[in-house]
Ligand binder design. Structure first.
Ligand code: RIB
Ligand code: CA
Length: 318
């Protein structure tokens, strides 16, 4: 089977790191490049983490392009992450490498690459949408030349930065708003409604510890701070893995139930960053601009995640 050519635009970040790891272990993805954006840490942090995760996976050959350090409005979003100061739960230094970022900036790269590979590339946006929005502003053809865009962001029913706003959309709401209105032919918004449900539980983390390979120990370590944070703030003993669901969905679309929707993002005021998801045809003359992920098959997800990366069956732990 031919591998799917993809680019991952991200803010690593423990769950971004897991998304990259899943993609590279799947054998089904041809990861052409990674782009960084500020989010789970300052831009220097997310860029360095991205390089080091690629090196950890033995893929120093995959280029990493440094992207935007601030939102479209030039504000630097709050980068205090559930994954700790270094974005990787205090374990970023354990995967130091000599891998360097490319000289070209991520937005320039995205425009050049997508416009010279029309209709070929699936782009993942699993951090704030700033780089993607800038690419859309810079090139009239960029949006039309994307094959597909899979976003981790937003939610229909909940938020994690406010009662209604999810972090990636909250960090740069104008960017998310412009990306959703750009006319990209195939957009899927995978939000908190489903990503909150795929967090790692303590039993699964113990399995990682027992597998005891450098990779399983790394995943065990970088998911610790998320677990602690969730316990401190919500009394939930699970570690978030939001971004991983985007890649899992590419690998097995039956993991999610998606519905056509018209989605827009509130750019200011009390609901700043809220994604408003219309699945009933109230807006835009009933025309949809995206697919909205409404349900997730949690067991199928865990099975895919553990079998693909660690070749372990964790079915008994559900
Ligand atoms: O709200 C979840 C998103 O914000 C994920 O992309 C995660 O990496 C966090 O930064
Ligand atoms: Ca992210």
């Amino acid at each position: 089977m031919e591998k799917e050519p993809v680019i991952i635009d991200c803010d690593p970040g423990s769950d971004d790191a897991l998304a990259i790891i899943l993609a590279l272990h799947s054998g089904m993805v041809d990861l052409r490049a990674v782009c960084s954006v500020t989010g789970n840490g300052a831009l220097d942090t997310t860029t360095r983490n991205g390089c080091n995760v690629l090196a950890l996976c033995g893929r120093k050959d995959i280029p990493l392009y440094r992207g935007s350090g601030a939102a479209l409005d030039q504000q630097v979003p709050d980068t205090v992450s559930a994954f700790g100061d270094d974005g990787l739960g205090g374990y970023a230094d354990t995967i130091q490498s000599d891998k360097k970022e490319e000289e070209m900036d991520a937005v320039e790269f995205l425009v050049d690459y997508i416009d010279s590979h029309p209709g070929e590339i699936t782009l993942f946006a699993i951090g704030p949408c700033t780089n993607v929005a800038k690419a859309i502003r810079r090139s009239k053809t960029f949006a039309g030349n994307l094959k597909r865009l899979i976003i981790m962001g937003g939610a229909k029913y909940t938020g994690n930065m406010s009662p209604v706003a999810e972090y990636n959309f909250w960090a740069d709401p104008q960017a998310a708003h412009e990306v959703l209105r750009a006319g990209i032919r195939d957009v899927t918004m995978i939000g908190l409604d489903v990503t909150n449900r795929i967090a790692l539980n303590c039993g699964m983390r113990e399995v990682l510890r027992m597998i005891d390979t450098p990779l399983s120990n790394f995943v065990y370590n970088i998911t610790r701070e998320g677990l602690d944070d969730n316990w401190r703030t919500r009394k939930k003993a699970v570690s978030p893995m939001h971004d991983v669901l985007t890649v899992a969905y590419l690998l097995d679309p039956s993991i999610l139930q998606v519905k056509p929707a018209y989605i827009d993002v509130v750019t200011e005021g009390i609901a700043k960053g809220q994604s408003v998801v219309d699945i009933d045809g109230h807006w835009n003359g009933g025309k949809c601009n995206a697919m909205y992920a409404a349900e997730v098959d949690v067991e199928k997800f865990y099975k895919l995640f553990f079998e693909t990366i660690f070749h372990e069956d964790v079915t008994t732990l559900f």
